[in-house]
Design a protein around this ligand. Structure first.
Ligand code: SF4
Length: 330
């Protein structure tokens, strides 16, 4: 396990003054290291505030183009930092907290994917970016939640083995009736916690408030959604809508950005359970520690990295993303 740092002690003191000093230290170290800080929308708000770029896969995709940075500090979970390293092998990519992994990504591994490929030899293997480098290396093409339907439709195969998120795979199947999608039995341990009853009760309390759901939610929850999108789709939908109150069907970290971007709107969570514990492990203290020590560097064996890169680049070719993009999220 990673041990506590002096910065954690400062953060626990919950003093604004100490917090400000810590933030100043992060910003100074960032300059000294020529580092670029990338943060996912689900990160703690104080980490979001020091990031050079905040967002989901599309926004983060611009991050690793690098602006000449020597170091990328990836404030998210392990598969995101791995994707950054896969596409930028010459750069130092740091994940501040070694234990910040994605429980869903851990639900698939290379050995099990190889066994499934032997069982379904005619199927194309599509992996959600929320998967390890070794799973990407075994897959034909990657996808994000924003482009999964487009990626699956682009394939000539009738059969698709969709790894690891069964809920995203189920959602894709709704739009691809011409395909037979074989679902891996993985799921997001955060999005699985919202129930249809949670949504119905919240809708009853806030009549007329649109419910926006991330496609990692279970199918019966998706059925109740007014709009389904990746984290990048929440803002544009809210901007277009005349509603004043919205029910937010994704991780609670998203609320910070939505409130900042849309101060005149109100955002309601359908459940208090929408917290990804591993996304919340990265604190400002750990970002400072990462910049000071350059821990923990992402290393991927070259044969795995190069095959995983092909998997990501095939997706980018379908969706016309920038060739240097970091596909980091969902
Ligand atoms: S929110 Fe879900 S998919 Fe995202 S890191 Fe957490 S467990 Fe993984």
């Amino acid at each position: 396990m990673t041990t506590a740092t002096q910065y954690d002690v400062l953060e626990r003191a919950n003093s604004h003054e100490l917090r400000d000093r810590l933030r100043d230290k992060v910003l100074r170290l960032k300059r000294e290291r020529n580092a670029y800080i990338v943060a996912h929308n689900y990160q703690n708000y104080e980490v979001q505030e020091v990031a050079d770029i905040l967002g989901d896969s599309l926004a983060l995709s611009k991050a690793a183009i690098g602006v000449g940075a020597d170091v990328i500090v990836f404030c998210g979970v392990d598969f995101m930092a791995e994707s950054a390293k896969i596409l930028n092998p010459e750069k130092t990519v740091i994940l501040p907290v070694r234990e910040a992994d994605c429980p869903m990504a851990l639900m698939a591994n290379a050995e099990r994917v190889r066994a499934a490929k032997a069982q379904y030899p005619d199927a194309a293997v599509v992996c959600y970016v929320n998967s390890s480098a070794e799973v990407k290396a075994e897959s034909d093409i990657a996808c994000t939640s924003a482009n999964a339907v487009q990626v699956v439709k682009s394939l000539p195969h009738k059969r698709v083995l969709f790894v690891p998120d069964k809920n995203l795979g189920h959602y894709v199947q709704r739009f691809c009736p011409e395909k037979e999608i074989i679902l891996w039995q993985g799921f997001c341990t955060t999005h699985i916690r919202v129930t249809a009853k949670d949504v119905l009760d919240t809708k009853a309390k806030h009549p007329g408030a649109p419910f926006i759901a991330h496609p990692e939610c279970p199918p019966e929850v998706i059925d109740l959604a007014d709009h389904v999108c990746s984290t990048s789709g929440f803002g544009p939908y809210i901007q277009r809508s005349s509603a004043r109150t919205f029910i937010i069907g994704t991780e609670v970290g998203m609320i910070y950005k939505l409130k900042k971007d849309h101060p005149d709107r109100r955002f309601i969570m359908p459940t208090e359970q929408f917290v990804c514990q591993t996304m919340k492990m990265t604190t400002l203290g750990w970002v400072a520690h990462a910049l000071e020590t350059l821990e923990h560097k992402i290393e991927i064996p070259e044969p795995v990295r190069s095959r995983a890169e092909q998997c990501l680049r095939r997706m980018m070719a379908v969706t016309h993303d920038h060739p240097n993009a970091v596909i980091a999220s969902y």
